[in-house]
Structure formats: structure tokens, C-alpha cells
Write a protein that binds this ligand. Sequence first.
Ligand SMILES: Nc1ncnc2c1ncn2[C@@H]1O[C@H](COP(=O)(O)OP(=O)(O)O)[C@@H](O)[C@H]1O
Ligand SMILES: [Mg+2]
Length: 235
Amino acid sequence: MHDPTLTVLSGTGLSKAFGKGGKAVQILHGLDIALPRGALSLVKGPSGCGKSTLLAILAGLTAPHAGTVDALGARLWAMKPAARDAFRLKHMGFIFQGSILFPALRAHEQIELVLGHMGIPARQARERAMAALADVGLGPRAALRPDALSGGEKQRVAIACALAKQPRLIFADEPTSALDTENGEMVSRHLRRLASEHGVTVICVTHDDRLSPFADRIYHMRAGRIDRIETEVAR
Ligand SMILES: Nc1ncnc2c1ncn2[C@@H]1O[C@H](COP(=O)(O)OP(=O)(O)O)[C@@H](O)[C@H]1O
Ligand SMILES: [Mg+2]
């Protein structure tokens, strides 16, 4: 078992079904998961097994039918919705497949918009945005709009955006799936660094095997539960 003192995000007895009555399909069957602090954890499993659903439940975006989520010591689904939204804004960053950027905004403005929502003053938001873009190697491209960026660069803007929030938790859903070999590897390395160098707890759901060598831990999902855990994968 995991050392509970090091667990920063956990789901216990999570159940979820979609559809009603006889047509209901049970996706999660009392799933338990506990993620160690500052690690890059992957959740792997075939398409349709419920990875995105699990991530959304752990991030406070989709309510489970049963079970609890504890994030940074807070019981996420016992909070009022507004408190949960505020918690998410403050503590969680998100990276999705082909992350969506605003067409009209420059790379640094994408990030500043999010930081503005957090109540961070404009000057500080600019500094944080530029630092985060430099961190993912996009310093010289900070003033470009999405049109002028490659797929890999756009995904690095999304990573910089998640990083600039300085969250404790980062959630990634298939962040490499739309990318070629080189860009997929680059994004994998950045996720690795978020954990190793910035101490962020990163949970990434994916069916992409290319991410595996970068992970500290791999949770294999099967039949709505975590079936097997591989530890000490990376390094
Ligand atoms: N909002 C929804 N309404 C109905 N069915 C859904 C919904 N979200 C997901 N599903 C179904 O739940 C199953 C698991 O989906 P998902 O969590 O996206 O799997 P994965 O991310 O592993 O591919 C799929 O069969 C999907 O069609
Ligand atoms: Mg998915």
C-alpha cells in the first residue's frame, strides 16, 4: 500500500454509471486509487475503459455516484460547487489532448487570462507567463498566436499555462495522443519535469505507451477498477 502521509490525491470506492435504468452502463466499479506527492502517475487502459471519467471525478468536474475524493486533505465532493470551483482554480492545472487555445490571443496572453481569473495582478501575471513559457522552451515564441505555432508548441503553451498557475496537482488527459514521435516525447519530458523539478503531483490518463518510460508509477485500469500498479518505472 501507499504511504498515506505522502498521498495528496485519492479516490476511494468510486463508482460511476452512464445512462438510466436497464440501459445504464457501469463504468467505474468501486475504484480505489492513491497518488503519491510529486510523482508522475499514469493511468493506462484501453479506449472506453473510463480513464477520462476517472480523471474528471478526481478533478472535481464530474460527480461520482458513490465514493469519495480527497485532494490535498479536502473532501472534494462534500464541498459546495462554488468552493469546489475555487479549489480547482487555485490548486489544479489541466492539460488535454490538443489543448484548446484562443485563436486571437498570443501565447503569453493565453496564460495571463487564466492567471487574471485567479486574481493575480497583471504585472505579476505577465512575469509568471513569460517564466513558464521560457521553462518549456517557448520564450522566443511567447508573442505568437496559435496559428503560428506547431501542434507540439501549442501543447507546450498548455503545459506552460498549467505550470504558471503554480498548482499542486496537474491533470492531463491524453496529452501526447495528437502528437508525432518527437513532439510526443518532448511533451512527456515536460510532464516528467513538472513532477521532478517543480514538485507537482501529475496524473496523466493515456493509452499512449510512449509515456510509460517517463512515469514513476503506472496504474492499469480494467473492468472499472485499478487492476495492477507498476512502481518505480522511471529512472
Ligand atoms: N457523459 C457521458 N454520457 C454517456 N456516456 C459516457 C459519458 N462519458 C463517457 N461515457 C461512456 O463511458 C465510457 C468510458 O468513457 P471514458 O471515460 O471517456 O473512457 P476513456 O477515457 O478510457 O476512453 C465510454 O463507453 C463512454 O462512451
Ligand atoms: Mg479518454
